[in-house]
Ligand binder design. Structure first.
Ligand code: SF4
Ligand code: SF4
Length: 633
């Protein structure tokens, strides 16, 4: 029982005290027998406010603290530190929110607001009076990390970590690294081909600290921060050694399939290579007819009987860099599916394959219409993909060098920040812009060898314009790439369907799952620079744990009273984190909690039929006493 409690009521510079009569609150709670001191102050979070708490702890020998102020999200850590500096356990502290929960929501009812504040602060005092001293859970952390996905974000994060001395396992599901950036014709800014951007990273990857597994998929993940055990299946590449006749083997291979790297605009063989890394080709065994022509050329460098391998690794932290997939338009959406109507990624590859002039389906292309926001900012995808306006204008400027005339049919142009100059360049290069509204989208029809795009142009007050072109490019946004790993790790998704960070400002690269970080476009649409920056941020955040050698978790986890547990196993089934298991203790079966896995959600405590589970910091007796205080007349 804590019987020397200090209560501090904040004015929040008028934010609270303009509505709530803070002096009356102090007077009311000051009458509670356990309350030794109850004060008000203009800004409790200021240095003098915090000092006040520290000095009172020593002066009055306090053993419990309540601060009634703003949301704990804002200042719980601030006040815990002050309590700690005053010489008390920081968890014998309660923050009561009388700003968002009281003065802001009841600003027209000051009397009732004051009454509510009194009850809430009394409940806070009740809780603290039964608070136990708690301490953080400390876990050892070895400097090893797993990065999932070897596109721009994954490679950048892996290289940054390796440079800091961390051992990295970099897992890529394809047989080659590079992801989408490798396909970019002239990635902005700077206009470097994407494969060159990747080449620089590949050189940096050869430090010896990065173990690259390609053709690899994560089968399972167990454990938690500091100690993840990951099982990975590595699919065979079927090319097992060096040979200087791979080119010839590729020529001899009789199988031809659509080339994914070139977005289906070209064919490739069953034995194939893309211009990234590793420099060894791979065999797409699903297409291979096992005729053995390649083996006749390359001999032992090819093993068509190679088997999959299962690799077990350990990692202290995981960085998700699984990336995006471009939205695929529906059949018939702006004519998609018909000849001459392609997507922006396909156009990029068309540019990359051009040799001085742009051809499509055997004909030279002179005029191209770009239709923006396809699959973006609608009922299905409410968000803007942000990168695609700039990427489109960048591609159109590159096409201009091949003599292409461009028509941009857009809703809004968002070439924000330093990329505004691309938009200006587009104007200087006589590209034409037509603006449509969502209720009057452009229509595409085919007439002979031409495509006609009809648009009601808002820039000319709704005039209907029909533009004859050779090619229509649908500017498609980003969606999260599919992966089974999201479910395995139970990472929450954002409203837009991407992976959700804990807090966009305060913890932008962490997920709610301890030890799992996010980098790049799996978090939200990003351009190349933003992707790279977020990957470096994730690596730096991971390093703050990995290089310290340990991490500390908050103590608010489930605690099981073995005496009361009747081994019904309800909690085992209910726990969403797999943190509870049954164990034999003193000859009886009882539930036990893995503190590293428990996220303190309280689901187990709610379902336990015999109240054998308490959540630390929210013990049953504390909650009951709070309810009594709230209901007190
Ligand atoms: S960024 Fe993409 S979705 Fe957003 S306005 Fe530009 S083209 Fe449309
Ligand atoms: S508090 Fe939540 S995460 Fe922890 S053991 Fe209980 S159900 Fe599992």
């Amino acid at each position: 029982m804590r019987d020397r409690i200090g209560v501090y009521i904040c004015h929040c510079g008028g934010n609270i005290s303009d509505v709530v009569d803070v002096e009356r609150v102090a007077e009311a709670v000051g009458k509670i027998p356990e309350v030794v001191v109850a004060r008000t102050y203009v800004f409790m979070c200021s240095d003098p406010g915090q000092k006040l708490i520290e000095e009172d702890i020593r002066k009055y020998d306090l053993n419990g603290i309540v601060v009634a102020s703003c949301s704990p999200h804002l200042h719980e850590k601030t006040f815990r530190s002050a309590v700690s500096r005053g010489g008390m356990n920081p968890y014998v502290y309660e923050q009561v929110n009388i700003r968002e929960h009281v003065s802001w929501v009841h600003k027209h009812s000051p009397e009732e607001a004051t009454e509510k504040a009194i009850r809430l602060v009394k409940a806070g005092v009740a809780k603290v009076s039964l608070a136990r001293e708690l301490s953080e859970i400390r876990l050892d952390v070895k400097p090893t990390a797993l990065v999932i996905g070897a596109g721009l974000a994954g490679m950048r994060a892996a290289v940054d970590l390796a440079k800091m001395g961390v051992d990295v396992h970099l897992v890529e599901k394809e047989h080659f690294v590079g992801g989408w950036i490798a396909k970019g014709y002239k990635a902005y800014p700077e206009g470097k081909p994407g494969s060159e951007v990747i080449r620089e990273l590949i050189e940096e990857m050869k430090s010896g600290k990065i173990r690259l597994l390609t053709g690899a998929e994560v089968l399972s993940v167990t454990g938690s921060v500091g100690n993840f055990q990951v099982r990975i299946k590595v699919r065979p590449r079927f090319v097992v050694g060096e040979c200087d006749r791979f080119e010839e083997a590729m020529e001899k291979c009789p199988v031809e399939v659509d080339d994914e790297f070139n977005e289906g605009l070209r064919k490739r063989k069953a034995i194939y290579q893309i211009p990234t890394y590793p420099e060894l080709p791979a065999i797409d065994i699903a297409s291979c007819n096992r005729c053995g022509e390649c083996v006749k050329v390359c001999g032992e460098a090819i093993d068509l009987n190679q088997q999959s391998e299962v690799v077990d690794i350990e990692a202290s932290m995981i960085i998700m860099a699984t990336g995006f997939k471009p939205y695929t338009p529906k059949e018939g959406e702006f004519g998609f599916g018909r000849k001459g109507i392609i997507t922006l990624p396909q156009f990029e590859r068309l540019l990359a394959l051009s040799n001085g002039k742009l051809t499509y389906d055997g004909r030279e292309v002179r005029d191209v219409a770009f239709i923006y926001c396809v699959g973006s900012r609608n009922d299905e995808h409410e968000y803007c993909s942000r990168y695609c306006c700039t990427a489109t204008i960048n591609a159109a400027l590159a096409a201009k060098e091949l003599g292409i005339r461009s028509y941009h049919i857009y809703r809004d142009i968002r070439t924000y920040g330093k990329y505004e100059t691309y938009y200006e360049d587009a104007g200087k290069n006589r590209m034409l812009f037509f603006r449509f509204t969502p209720d009057s989208p452009p229509e595409v029809r085919t007439e002979g060898e031409k495509l006609l795009v009809k648009v009601r142009d808002q820039l000319t007050f709704g005039e209907e314009v029909e533009i004859p072109v050779d090619l229509v490019v649908l500017v498609t946004g980003m969606e999260l790439a599919e992966s089974e790993i999201y479910g395995m790790l139970k990472i929450p998704f954002s409203r837009d369907g991407f992976l959700q960070e804990v807090h966009p400002k305060l913890r932008p690269v962490e997920t709610a799952i301890g030890g799992v970080l996010i980098a790049g476009t799996c978090q939200s649409p990003k351009d190349v620079m933003e992707t790279s920056a977020s990957a470096s941020a994730a690596a730096a955040k991971a390093a703050t744990y990995l290089l310290k050698g340990y991490t500390e978790l908050e103590p608010f986890i489930a605690e099981i009273d073995a005496e009361k547990c009747n081994a019904c196993e309800d909690c085992v089934a209910e726990c969403p984190s797999g943190a509870i298991s049954m164990s034999e203790i003193g000859g009886s079966k009882v539930a036990v909690v893995n503190g590293a896995l428990c996220r303190g959600c309280g689901a187990c405590a709610g379902i336990c039929p015999v109240e054998a589970i308490n959540l630390r910091g929210y013990y049953y007796d504390q909650l009951r006493k709070m309810i009594d205080a709230l209901l007190e007349v």
